[in-house]
Design a binder for this molecule. Sequence first.
Ligand SMILES: Cc1cc2nc3c(=O)[nH]c(=O)nc-3n(C[C@H](O)[C@H](O)[C@H](O)COP(=O)(O)O)c2cc1C
Length: 173
Amino acid sequence: MEVWEAIRGRRSVRSFVDRPVERSLLEKLVEAGTWAPSGGNAQTWHFVVVTDSEQLRRIKTVSPGLLGNPPAVIAVCQDLGEAGRKGGELGAKFLAPVDAAMATQNILLAAHDAGLGTCVIGSFHKGAVARILGLPEGMEPVLLVSVGWPAEVPKPPPRKRDVISWERHGNRT
Ligand SMILES: Cc1cc2nc3c(=O)[nH]c(=O)nc-3n(C[C@H](O)[C@H](O)[C@H](O)COP(=O)(O)O)c2cc1C
């Protein structure tokens, strides 16, 4: 798939068919995440892949933003202790969440390329998810990504236009 086609064609999918996603495919998605850029090349991310139905149920209970019943959820996590040791306050407060977002976009695009549907979930209880996943002290889930075979792909929500300035803000030409 062309990069531009992947960027334009990816949609947030919130409805999935009842079919598991192969482990090798999920591993591939995580690998795509690790090829994202990383501030100072710190790579303090960690990915917890959840496919167990009881674990998925627990996560759903504390994640109002998780819609549908995906057969897999990838929790994109950051070791904020390690990020702080490597990059100080900038590392822990800024670079770590930005790195997680970059890794997440790679996961979304790789999944789309494989015919999978995904949705980023920011609306979840961090502490509860950390407990459910058994994350060590200092590691937190930044984003969840639901992954599955799409039952329905929504129409693309329109994009905001008029988002470019040239040289200085407000200069449109
Ligand atoms: C940081 C972030 C958090 C999001 N959180 C949620 C969420 O909790 N639940 C949800 O259904 N979608 C969530 N989304 C998906 C957006 O609603 C979606 O990207 C947006 O509507 C544009 O649609 P598209 O992804 O199909 O282009 C989130 C997206 C981002 C980037």
